[in-house]
Write a protein that binds this ligand. Sequence first.
Ligand SMILES: C[S@@+](CC[C@H](N)C(=O)[O-])C[C@H]1O[C@@H](n2cnc3c(N)ncnc32)[C@H](O)[C@@H]1O
Length: 230
Amino acid sequence: MLADTTEEKPRRPIRSYVLRQGRLSPAQRRACDDLFPRYGVPFSTEVVDWAGIFGRRAPVMLEIGFGMGETTALIADAHRDVDFVAVDVHLPGIGSLLNRIDAFHLNNVRVIRHDAVEVVETMMAPASLAAIHVFFPDPWPKKRHHKRRLLKPAFVRALAERLALRGYLHVATDWRAYAEDVLATTQAESLLANTAEGFAERPQWRPLTKFEARGQRLGHEVFDLIFTRR
Ligand SMILES: C[S@@+](CC[C@H](N)C(=O)[O-])C[C@H]1O[C@@H](n2cnc3c(N)ncnc32)[C@H](O)[C@@H]1O
């Protein structure tokens, strides 16, 4: 089983996730054992040479919090000329994405199981990413939990710094208050330029995610934010 580097350490007690002992299906467990060595990248405190890992020089896109990986696999399948680094901490989701990678024969996806905040800080070179996707980050609706939200100003700055010139940051959420908060943060970030007046149109190519479908059933409006690196 792949090494667990996701536990809460005293150095940074506030994380944007709580690890739950979700049940791992036999297929997900097998994927973690058999496929992670092929498609997984262990957490590292050094910048990664992605061209070396993928065996080619192609645009690299980062997805943070892919959940079960349905969207990741569909986007990567439709964009075989782009390399995708997908980060999450949730083990059943890791197994599920690994199985999709295998079923779709996706050579352009690698999976990291670790806190994305640290992955961005240490494994991603400045000005190296063509795009960053953050689809339906945990909204942490209660005020006392707002400190756990992923997209805070310091992390948005770190993301902006990793984007190549004209690379984009795409966030989608069905939580209006979080959407407005992220919009204020991204508008205030001098390295980013909004591609729209406020929220963006939902791009046709973005597949419906599991969380989005759930939000739709609950009658939630969905907000897309697309900012480019200037
Ligand atoms: C609400 S789910 C959305 C999943 C998926 N994007 C979707 O739309 O169906 C948020 C995901 O982000 C992951 N996550 C939260 N904080 C994270 C972090 N700091 N690093 C990596 N993954 C994180 C969670 O484990 C969870 O899978």
